[in-house]
Each structure stands twice: as structure tokens, then as C-alpha cells.
Design a protein around this ligand. Structure first.
Ligand SMILES: [Zn+2]
Length: 173
């Protein structure tokens, strides 16, 4: 027996508001896993901490990237939003009076673009509160789980052990 035969792992679940994407504030339809699937494996997928996210941030921007930190993930998403919707950021904003000078079709198109401009801006300004992440993690709840070392998922072994030869000797018993 060594101290590595058993591992107690604490899983942490941050307490983010469930309705908003933690990265951009859009309506959250998904739960974004903070560790990619190829690291956690399927069996332990449900124990990987998740945060609420919109479809675009979750699957289009982040996919299966190894970026475990929420703030780093948000920076990455904002970069993607900027490059994908950058054209809307340049749009000139018109007041109600200016808009009357255009015909109905052009006015409609301009209004749509102004609306997109507002949406993109608000996604990039998210979160509004500077303590948004700190609050969520300070109210995080925890769940403990015991593992036999040999049964632990690979990503967990990697976090616990950098020395592969030691891991191999333990695994072989
Ligand atoms: Zn989002």
C-alpha cells in the first residue's frame, strides 16, 4: 500500500446563474464542461464541473479545447465573437429622426444591424459585475469521491502524477 493507492478527489461545482451564458450573457441552453471530453472520458464526464453557456460559446467557439479556466475561456470566446461579428461593431448608429430619412426597407436593414451591434457589444461587455466569477466560485459546492488509483480516469492520474514510471509501477501492482 502507498498513499497513492487511494485518491480522494473533490469535485467543485461553481454557482453561476443558470439562465445566462457565463462567457457572453446570451440565454444559456447548454452546460459547458470545463475539461474536454478526450481528457475526462465518457464515464467521468458527469463529474467534470460545468458552467451554463449558450450554444455558440459551448460548441462553436470552445469545442474540445483544453482551457480549464473560466476567465481564459471567456477571453477566448470574446476574441471569437469579435472576429466573427466584427463588421457589426463598425456600424454607424442612427437616431430615430435620422432613420425617418430612409425608405422602409433600408430602415429595416439598418435597424437590424443596429440591433446586432447592441447584441455583440453586450456579449463583449459580459459580465457586467466585476465580481461575477468570484461570487460563483465562492458559493461553489463540492462533492468528494474516492478512487482506487488503478480505476481513476487518465486525466486524474495525470493531475496527480507527473512521473509516468511511478504511475506504471503502481498500476502494475
Ligand atoms: Zn455565450
Amino acid at each position: 500500500m502507498t498513499w497513492l493507492d487511494r485518491m480522494t478527489v473533490t469535485y467543485v461545482y461553481p454557482d453561476y446563474p443558470s439562465e445566462s451564458c457565463v462567457y457572453c450573457g446570451l440565454f444559456a441552453q447548454h452546460q459547458d464542461h470545463l475539461l474536454p471530453r478526450n481528457w475526462s472520458g465518457e464515464a467521468d464526464r458527469r463529474r467534470v464541473p460545468t458552467v451554463p453557456s449558450c450554444m455558440e460559446c459551448n460548441s462553436v467557439f470552445l469545442g474540445d479545447l483544453w482551457i480549464p479556466d473560466v476567465q481564459d475561456r471567456r477571453k477566448f470566446c470574446h476574441k471569437k465573437i469579435r472576429s466573427r461579428y466584427g463588421s457589426y461593431l463598425k456600424k454607424i448608429m442612427y437616431g430615430a429622426e435620422d432613420l425617418q430619412e430612409f425608405g422602409p426597407q433600408l430602415r429595416y436593414a439598418i435597424c437590424e444591424q443596429m440591433e446586432m451591434h447592441e447584441i455583440v457589444m453586450s456579449r463583449l461587455r459580459w459580465p457586467v459585475s466585476p465580481t461575477f466569477d468570484a461570487d460563483a466560485w465562492s458559493h461553489a459546492w463540492e462533492m468528494e469521491k474516492d478512487y482506487d488509483y488503478k480505476d481513476a480516469p487518465e486525466w486524474l492520474k495525470n493531475e496527480y502524477l507527473v512521473d509516468d514510471s511511478l504511475a506504471a509501477s503502481l498500476a502494475s501492482g
